[in-house]
Design a protein around this ligand. Structure first.
Ligand SMILES: [Fe+2]
Length: 183
């Protein structure tokens, strides 16, 4: 369990840093920058209600496990809606919606998805790809950048992908797990 907590801790802070860098590139206002920091850290808070055996399962999830895992945005919304600005809890609720409408939990598409959620989706996906997970090894940064671009307009909002490329080109990507030197 300890390694799950450590992994989650590093992941959420990197997602927050990247989401803030994307938000600054997209020139969102200071209130939304603060929200992006919060949503980056809290986006997966609902996983506390997901069975740890499912979170750390090597290999693909069965249909029941997948359905259970996919409820974490709703769990996270319920946990935060009375504590934070509603735009924070809504971004948590929608952080797995896809630009093409094939995401979950509601299948929203395009501009129906709040901008903060579209930003966090890119930051979360990138960090997941460059992190080692129980179900996949870490990808090299350049491969993950290609993947983000490959899914521009389908999974991701092209405007956010453009911002992501700017963040990469200007050296603002947060350090990835592979490039962090530990004693
Ligand atoms: Fe998530």
């Amino acid at each position: 369990m300890e390694h799950i907590v450590e992994d989650l801790h590093g992941h959420v802070h990197r997602v927050a840093d990247l989401a803030v860098a994307l938000g600054r590139t997209l020139q969102v206002d200071d209130d939304d920058i603060a929200r992006l920091g919060l949503v980056g850290v809290l986006h997966d808070v609902g996983k506390i209600h997901v069975d740890p055996a499912i979170l750390s399962k090597p290999g693909p999830l069965d249909p029941w496990e997948l359905e259970h895992m996919r409820r974490h945005p709703e769990f996270g919304f319920a946990m935060t809606v009375d504590r934070f600005d509603r735009r924070v809890s809504e971004a948590i609720l929608y952080h797995h919606e896809r630009y093409d409408g094939r995401g979950y939990p509601f299948g929203l598409s395009g501009m129906e998805i709040p901008l903060l959620a579209r930003i966090v989706l890119v930051a979360d996906a990138f960090d997941a790809m460059v992190s080692h997970r129980s179900y996949q090894p870490a990808l090299p940064v350049e491969v993950a950048v290609e993947e983000i671009n490959l899914h521009s307009g389908t999974q991701f909002d092209p405007m956010v992908v453009d911002a992501f490329n700017h963040v990469c080109e200007t050296g603002q990507l947060p350090p990835t797990p592979a490039s962090v030197v530990t004693p």
